[in-house]
Design a protein around this ligand. Structure first.
Ligand code: UDP
Length: 453
């Protein structure tokens, strides 16, 4: 039986979709081992569904990325220590009865590819971002596309017309986060025969104004295939996909679900900025006042490390309509019918999860791919709106109240809900037997199985 090694970047937003992908492969008869850092494997099971979990060292076995002096230092250690440790792991497995057939590496772990090549293991790239964002990074790196100056709207084939602020931030080459920016731009450096898998689906990144799709643009450069959304809970034809395997933080499951279950349908604004983003105090204050002033129920995730940015006393007393938690079981929350709006930072997983559960979005993107995802949410899919920052550079309480009202009660909200419902159906179809992503996955499984013949 083919045995696939899956190597995600060690963070929530990368492990979750790749774990779901791993589960999908096991349901198609492959043997799969997901490899992550020792620090992370301490907080997850050694087996999730039929997927085995194995660990390598990143040089920070006790504290992970947060114990490193900076992200740059961590990334360096992850590559140097991780490469050595990964090579040893592959060699160990290859002397056992379950040698690896190939490796699927996250495009944010490019050194995984180097290790695979050094031991003669076929390797396949997996992107945890949208096809549109990936196409932009690739075309910018190849100097086929240049990012417009402020105030200019760029027309692009297979993509919506966009202004500078809507481009993924690493494409701007403005010198911020140089290591991450280099990762983002360099992630697709293979050739036309190389497979690249995307956590997306063909119908989502569909034609915008021409007949070409973002995925089609990528197909000119690689053997690109969309196999998502890699979102658990999406019913699959074979009944698979109903377990959600891992959360690196402990969700306040009981608090969230009890609170939501007492609320009327579509009455709650769910607020989360994902696992990484840090919001400035002033913005937090405006958000707190905006949520309170909206008069709607709100469930707001503020990670423990971020609670200090809330206005004084707000965490303990967010008003009678509010509930603050440090981490939520997000999929269960989005699947709950009390939720009528998701105020989100537009991380790609959160975006796909909202789409998969048909939840309208209020977009407050921060950086990386989020501004581009927000552009698609509002202007391409029509499943949400973007809150606009004022001249001071933050989004004011009045704007937040206005946007919430528009989505929950306004005429536009009706249209948004309809679009969200249609897109949810389309997501479900894509992963169901015979759907576009299912067919692409079957093609990939056949490719892997052929390696063992
Ligand atoms: N998430 C969660 N509980 C929370 C907030 C987020 O389980 O309270 C999960 C969410 O379901 C998603 C992931 O964390 O799968 C965040 O990934 P995303 O790509 O949206 O953002 P990132 O954290 O990478 O910025």
């Amino acid at each position: 039986m083919a045995h696939v090694l899956i190597l995600p970047y060690p963070s929530q937003g990368h492990i979750s979709p790749m774990l779901q992908f791993a589960m999908d492969l096991t349901s198609k008869g492959l043997n799969v081992t997901l490899v992550t850092t020792s620090y992370i494997t301490k907080s997850i099971n050694s087996q999730i569904g039929n997927v085995s979990i194995a660990s390598i060292s990143d040089g920070y076995d006790e504290g992970g990325v947060r114990s490193a002096s900076s992200l740059e230092v961590y990334l360096d250690s992850l590559e140097v220590v991780g490469s050595k440790s990964l090579k040893e792991l592959i060699e160990k497995y290859n002397q056992s009865t379950e040698p690896f057939t190939c490796m699927v590496f996250d495009t944010y772990v490019p050194w995984g590819d180097k290790v695979a090549k050094s031991v003669g293991l076929p390797s396949i790239a997996f992107s945890t971002q949208s096809c549109a964002v990936s196409a932009i990074y690739h075309l910018v790196r190849k100097e086929i596309l240049d990012v417009p100056e402020p105030g200019i709207i760029k027309e692009m084939i297979g993509l919506p017309s966009m202004e500078r602020s809507e481009f993924p931030s690493f494409a701007l080459k403005d010198g911020s986060y140089p290591t991450l920016a280099a990762f983002a731009l360099d992630q697709f450096n293979g050739n036309k025969n190389d497979w690249v898998l995307f956590n997306s689906f063909d119908e989502l990144e569909t034609e915008v104004k021409s007949s070409r799709l973002a995925i089609t643009v990528l197909k000119d450069h690689f053997h690109a295939r969309a196999i998502g959304p890699c979102v658990p809970f999406l019913p699959k034809a074979d009944g698979h996909g109903n377990t959600y395997g891992m959360s690196l933080l402990e969700p306040e499951d009981d608090v969230c679900m009890k609170w939501l279950n007492g609320k009327p349908a579509k009455s709650v604004v769910y607020v989360s900025f994902g696992s990484f983003a840090s919001i400035q105090n002033k913005q937090m204050e405006e958000l707190a006042e905006g949520l309170k002033g909206s008069g709607k129920n709100f469930l707001w995730v503020v990670r423990a490390a971020e609670q200090k940015t809330l206005p004084k006393g707000f965490a303990e007393n967010p008003g009678e309509n509010g509930q603050i938690v440090t981490w939520s079981p997000q999929l269960k929350v989005l699947a709950n019918e009390a939720v009528g709006c998701f105020l989100t930072h537009c991380g790609w997983n959160s975006t796909l999860e909202a789409i998969s559960f048909g939840v309208p979005m209020l977009a407050m993107p921060q950086w990386t791919d989020q501004p581009t995802n927000a552009k698609f949410i509002e202007d391409v899919w029509g499943t949400g709106i973007r809150a606009k920052a004022g001249e001071e550079g933050f989004i004011g309480r009045k704007e937040i109240m206005k946007c919430i009202e528009e989505i929950m009660d306004g005429e536009k909200g009706c249209m948004i809900r309809n679009n969200a419902k249609k897109l949810k159906e389309s997501a479900k179809e894509a992963v169901t037997d015979g759907g576009s992503s299912d067919r692409n996955l079957n093609e990939f499984v056949a490719y892997v199985n052929a390696m063992t013949e």
